[in-house]
Design a protein around this ligand. Structure first.
Ligand code: A1D88
Length: 257
């Protein structure tokens, strides 16, 4: 399939989606979101793929929703089309999705990165929710996910002022897992994605589901959910192989079953 606003590439068991609207700093127009969703559908359906990376350019992961596309929309337009709901496809990925962020991740760009499973940041990364400067507010989970990541005080300040957070502050605050030099970002993202893709995919999917439950449930419900998934992993051939390989002092040969 050929795309106009993204570039897709596959490296072994890793699928890469690069947002590619350089003239608009990867602003997230409707076409880009549809293409991103199509690429995610394809990688999810491909049994050879074990992890997905979403990235942008060195200057911008994404500078937010496309302001020029949003400008003429009325309340009726956005309400009737449930504007932004199509962005949430990425949160339904069962396979792990890593955001490799260089440069600006603003507004919807920050929200899209936060919808991924974790964020690897380049040293020049800048995160922010500047919608307040446009007379609106974050609309794709920014007020909710950013608050869960960095706490109320920082999230509130960022959403009320539009202040950007640099990579160091983002790492300190727990928004990103790690910071790497700009030139190493894709190599590092690929390394970690390949390491994940080499594990047993069903157990990776269970671990992802369990960690995500921490955002959506109480501790008691989350721990019970984790326990059930842990018990379920005993039905996997890969669980038997992993433990057998450990006892036999050899590398496991996972078959994703
Ligand atoms: C639910 C979600 C809601 C939202 O996400 S609302 C949007 C939130 N995002 C923003 O408000 C950020 C808007 N962009 C900026 O503030 C600036 O850009 C930057 C600070 C990121 C970079 O500034 P600089 O380096 O001076 O570049 P430049 O000349 O402003 O941008 C280059 C071209 O990119 C276009 N562009 C940038 N961001 C967007 C956007 N979000 N929507 C549409 N176009 C965008 C510009 O207009 C311009 O284009 P041209 O050369 O034709 O003038």
């Amino acid at each position: 399939m050929s795309y106009k606003t993204i570039i897709v590439d596959t490296r072994g068991a890793v699928g890469i989606v690069q947002l590619n609207r350089p003239k608009a700093l990867n602003a997230l127009c409707a076409e880009l979101i549809e293409e991103l969703n199509a690429a995610l559908d394809a990688y999810e359906a491909d049994p050879e793929i074990g992890a997905i990376i979403v990235t942008g350019s060195e200057k911008a992961f994404a500078a937010g929703a496309d302001i020029k596309e949003m400008l003429p929309k009325s309340f009726q337009d956005v309400y009737m089309e449930d504007f932004i709901s199509r962005w949430e496809r990425i949160t339904r990925c069962k396979k792990p999705v890593i955001a490799a962020v260089s440069g600006y991740a603003l507004g919807g760009g920050c929200e899209l990165a936060m919808m991924c499973d974790f964020i690897l940041a380049a040293e020049n990364a800048k995160f922010g929710q500047p919608e307040i400067n446009l007379g609106t507010i974050p609309g794709s989970g920014g007020t909710q996910r950013l608050t869960r990541f960095v706490g109320k005080s920082k999230a509130m300040e960022m959403c009320l002022t539009g202040r950007m957070m640099d990579a160091e502050e983002a790492e300190r605050a727990g928004l990103v897992s790690r910071i790497v030099p700009v030139t190493d970002l894709m190599d590092e993202a690929l390394k970690v994605a390949q390491a994940i893709a080499a594990k047993s995919l069903p157990s990776v999917m269970m671990a992802k589901e369990a960690v995500n439950a921490a955002y959506e449930t109480t501790l008691t419900q989350g721990v019970r959910f984790e326990r059930r998934l842990f018990h379920s992993s005993f039905a996997l051939d890969d669980r038997r192989e992993g433990m057998t390989a450990f006892s036999e002092k050899r590398e496991p040969q996972f078959r994703n079953r």
